[in-house]
Design a protein around this ligand. Structure first.
Ligand code: BGP
Length: 482
């Protein structure tokens, strides 16, 4: 579509930036915090780049005041962050840890002091290890009650000040990496049956959390954040168009339909039946999923890249570790599901050093698809560029990041002109932080943090990059000056 004059961003648009507890906080055993599955997983040799951990991360736990002050100087409207379940319930359930609750009280109050809207993610992958030990975490239905209990504790404590809640971050990623690719805890591979069961538990946890929140705070705004990669058919060959349809049903709508409609897509369900991997549901589950879906206020979208779907022979490539986690361009391999689709590179588009496709128009596609399929507002909860940054004379020049963000914001503006309701845009990330599998060398922040892979390296000092000053201007002009 073409519009001669852009409507521009709405007046109350939330220009934001994001982080996650494990990736920024550090203080991994401070003030009564329990051990998370990630605290344990990173200690298994070979699991993370150069054995990096979030033990210290970028020490946000002790430096949050300095970080928030920089946010305020930048004019940030919203800050999306997650809460570490293990700070609140060190054992996942049972006794609550007041010191943990206090930390997030302080952080929220500090944000509000400067007029920054807190956007809170209940769960960004760091599950209490105690629940893994008690009942294998997400594999057991028991987790649903513990999750809702934890979430309710947050709503009780912070609900008077926090309006925007994200129930869960990228369920599609933590479950596929945890049970299909062996790259996240609990490190299982190709376990389709458990993968779908785990997802059903996570869906129930999400749905019951939405219901609990709306009962306590009917005016709160809630949604889940989904890692959405819109997909192009490889070419006009019908079998590749069908591969795209399969990909969409199994990789995108499988989750988004639950959040927005409270049901699984029929053709994906039929495929699961053919493989004998449908999840076990209990009486009443469908009803709960539907009731929660009716109350969801937005679709959270973490957008990084689009992909391509091509028919994949029954003896074709599978899903296990094919990623580039070193930053050596060109080392990622094609992955897929035999008999359905594979995802070759798109040679029309450039890539990052970690082989992630750069496709600004994809962010508009996300908004368009969500608008026409679900008619829901969109919160862009993550979007950004992982790159090698260098300090030169005390400054960090990152024109590549500015170019990346500018191009994506331009496309987002077009999505709004197209009629999509977009409430917020959060870049990933605010400060540099730990990339789960890629160490500290893959940097995303507006604010550089002086540290490398080695736990004892660097001063942890903060240096605003060129992109920090650029985004300040974007916010000041409400996206008019890019
Ligand atoms: C998303 C996660 C974030 C963040 C980001 C960048 O999937 O929600 O936590 O890590 O991706 O990914 P990476 O660190 O792998 O480059």
């Amino acid at each position: 579509m073409y519009f001669e004059k852009s409507k521009g961003f709405p007046k109350d648009f939330l220009w934001g930036s994001a982080s996650a507890a494990y990736q920024v906080e550090g203080g991994w055993d401070a003030d009564g915090k329990g051990v998370s599955n990630w605290d344990k997983f990173v200690r298994i040799p070979g699991k993370t780049f150069k054995a990096t951990t979030g033990d210290k991360a970028v020490d946000h736990y002790h430096r949050y005041k300095e970080d928030v002050k920089l946010m305020a100087e930048m004019g940030l409207k919203t800050y999306r962050f997650s809460i570490a379940w293990t700070r609140i319930y060190p054992n996942g359930n049972g006794e609550v840890n007041e010191a943990g609750l206090q930390f997030y009280d302080n952080l929220i109050n500090e944000l509000l002091k400067y007029g920054i809207e807190p956007m809170v993610t209940v769960y960004h992958w760091d599950m209490p290890q105690a629940l893994e030990d008690q009942y294998h975490g997400w594999e057991s239905r028991q987790i649903v009650d513990d999750y809702v209990n934890y979430a309710k504790t947050l709503f009780e404590r912070y609900g008077d000040r926090v309006k925007y809640w994200i129930t869960m971050n990228e369920q599609n990623i933590f479950t596929s990496f945890g049970w299909l690719k062996g790259m996240h805890p609990p490190g299982k591979e190709n376990d389709m049956k458990t993968f779908y069961q785990v997802n059903h538990h996570a869906n129930m946890a999400h749905a019951k959390t939405v219901l609990a929140l709306k009962e306590m705070y009917p005016d709160a705004k809630v949604g889940a954040s989904f890692a959405y990669s819109p997909c192009y058919a490889y070419d006009r060959k019908p079998e590749n168009a069908m591969a795209k349809a399969d990909y969409d049903d199994l990789q995108n709508y499988w989750w988004m339909d639950i959040y927005a409609y409270g049901r699984y897509p029929r053709s994906a369900w039929a495929y699961l039946e053919s493989q004998g991997v449908t999840p076990q549901m209990e009486d009443g589950d469908e009803d709960i999923l539907k009731k929660a879906a009716a109350l969801v206020d937005f679709m959270g979208v973490n957008y990084y890249q689009t992909c391509v779907a091509e028919y994949n022979d029954i003896n074709g490539v599978g899903m296990t570790n094919t990623m580039n986690n070193t930053g050596e361009k060109g080392t990622a391999q094609v992955q897929g599901v035999p008999g359905l689709y594979k995802n070759p590179a798109n040679d029309f588009l450039p890539t990052t050093d970690w082989d992630w496709t750069i496709d600004p128009m994809g962010i508009r596609m996300c908004c368009r698809d969500i608008t026409s399929r679900y008619d829901l507002p969109v919160v862009i909860s993550e979007n950004g560029l992982g790159a090698f940054d260098k300090v030169e004379d005390g400054q960090v020049h990152d024109p590549y990041r500015i170019a990346y963000l500018k191009a994506h914001i331009e496309e987002l503006k077009k999505a709004i002109d197209d009629g999509c309701r977009v409430l917020a845009y959060c870049t990933w990330s605010y400060t540099d932080l730990l990339s789960w599998l890629n160490g500290y060398q893959k940097r995303y922040g507006f604010v550089y943090v002086d540290r490398e892979e080695d736990e004892n390296s660097g001063t942890l000092n903060r240096i605003p990059k060129d992109s920090y000053y650029w985004y300040k201007k974007v916010i000041e002009t409400n996206g008019e000056e890019l």
